[in-house]
Write a protein that binds this ligand. Structure first.
Ligand SMILES: [Zn+2]
Length: 307
C-alpha cells in the first residue's frame, strides 16, 4: 500500500477511522486473512470490535492483538497521523508538536503513541552490515522535557555507531546506547552483533579498547590518529557525520532526550537513515512495521531500562 504523501492525499485516503482499519488489516495480513485455527481463507470483518471472524469455525482474531496498536484507546486515525508525521517529516516530530498539531488532550498520550511506533523501528537483528564498516563512539546528553512536562537534566550517555563506508556515501548504520567502553561488555558484543563477520572489515580509531577485535575473529583496521578533529574526520568520515546529524536532530526536534528512552530515538534515526533513498515510502514502511511489531505496554515503556 502506498501511504499518503501529502495532507490532501491523507484526507482522501483516510477520511475516517474505518478506512484506517481497512489499511491496518491489509498491513497485518498482506496476503489476506487466513484462520490461524483451521486455515480457512474466508472471513468476515466485525467493524464494531475490530475483529476478523473465520467463516468456517467462527474463530475471532483481533487485528490489533500482537501489534503496537494493541489495547489502544486512541482512535486509529490519530495513530495514522503519527505515522504520517514520522514518515513524512525528515526530522520526525516531538510529542509536544504532535499534540499541538492534532489537538490531542494529553501530552502523555502523544508521547506514548510516538514511542510505541519507535519501538517498532529497531533494525532487524538479521540485517547485518558488510564491507568496510566504521565504528566509533560518542557522548550524547542534555535535557529533555519530561513526561510530566517538567525539564529534567540528564547525564550524558555513550552511543556507539557502526556505519558502512561506501564509495562517496554511507551505507546503513547501527546505533546503540552502551553502559561503558569495555571491550568485553560493550564494544565487542555490539560490533560482533551488527556485522557479518566474514564479509566485513571494521575500521576504528586508535582507541585501545578495540584491540581485542582481531582475537574475536573480526578483520580490524586500527587507524592511529594524529592530533585534532580533522584527522578523525578523515579516518571515520561517516561515523563522525552520523554523530553530528544525530546530535543536531536530537537537539533540533526534541531539545535533547534522556538516557532512559534514548535507544528508541536511535532506532528512529537509524530507520530513517537506512531508508533515506526511499523517503516517499517511509509512511507505508512504518505502518507495516507497526502492524507486525510486538506490543509495548505503557508500564513497560516507562519502566524499561534501555541500552
Ligand atoms: Zn477457522
Amino acid at each position: 500500500m502506498r501511504f499518503p504523501a501529502t495532507l490532501q492525499e491523507f484526507q482522501n485516503q483516510f477520511p475516517d477511522d474505518d478506512s484506517c482499519w481497512q489499511a491496518l488489516r491489509r498491513a497485518r495480513w498482506p496476503r489476506g486473512f487466513r484462520c490461524p485455527r483451521c486455515r480457512c481463507p474466508e472471513s468476515s470483518w466485525i467493524a464494531t470490535r475490530a475483529l476478523e471472524q473465520c467463516s468456517r469455525c467462527r474463530y475471532q482474531c483481533s487485528v490489533t492483538a500482537g501489534t503496537v496498536f494493541h489495547g489502544t484507546r486512541v482512535t486509529l486515525r490519530v495513530w495514522f497521523w503519527a505515522i504520517f508525521f514520522l514518515g513524512r517529516h525528515k526530522k520526525g516530530i516531538s510529542a509536544l508538536q504532535f499534540q499541538r498539531d492534532t489537538g490531542l488532550g494529553s501530552y502523555q498520550t502523544a508521547w506514548t503513541l510516538l514511542h510505541k511506533l519507535r519501538s517498532a523501528l529497531a533494525p532487524r537483528s538479521d540485517a547485518l552490515l558488510t564491507g568496510l564498516v566504521e565504528v566509533d563512539e560518542t557522548y550524547v546528553g542534555g535535557a529533555e522535557v519530561g513526561r510530566r512536562g517538567g525539564r529534567e537534566v540528564l547525564n550524558k550517555s555513550i552511543v556507539i555507531a557502526a556505519v558502512e563506508q561506501r564509495t562517496h556515501t554511507a551505507g546503513r548504520a547501527r546505533l546503540q546506547v552502551i553502559d561503558g567502553v569495555t571491550f568485553e561488555h560493550d564494544l565487542g558484543p555490539f560490533v560482533t552483533g551488527v556485522i557479518d563477520v566474514d564479509r566485513t572489515v571494521v575500521r576504528t580509531d586508535g582507541f585501545a579498547a578495540y584491540r581485542p577485535l582481531n582475537r574475536a575473529g573480526v578483520r580490524h583496521e586500527r587507524c592511529v590518529q594524529g592530533l585534532g578533529k580533522a584527522r578523525a574526520k578523515e579516518v571515520l568520515p561517516w561515523a563522525h557525520g552520523t554523530f553530528g546529524n544525530l546530535k543536531s536532530w536530537l537537539r533540533g526536534t526534541f531539545h535533547g532526550v534522556g538516557h532512559k528512552h534514548l535507544q528508541r530515538y536511535l532506532d528512529e534515526f537509524t530507520y530513517r537513515f537506512d531508508r533515506r533513498w526511499e523517503e516517499d515510502q517511509l509512511g507505508g514502511f512504518v505502518l507495516q512495521r507497526a502492524a507486525r511489531a510486538k506490543p509495548l505496554p505503557y508500564r513497560r515503556l516507562v519502566a524499561e531500562p534501555v541500552g
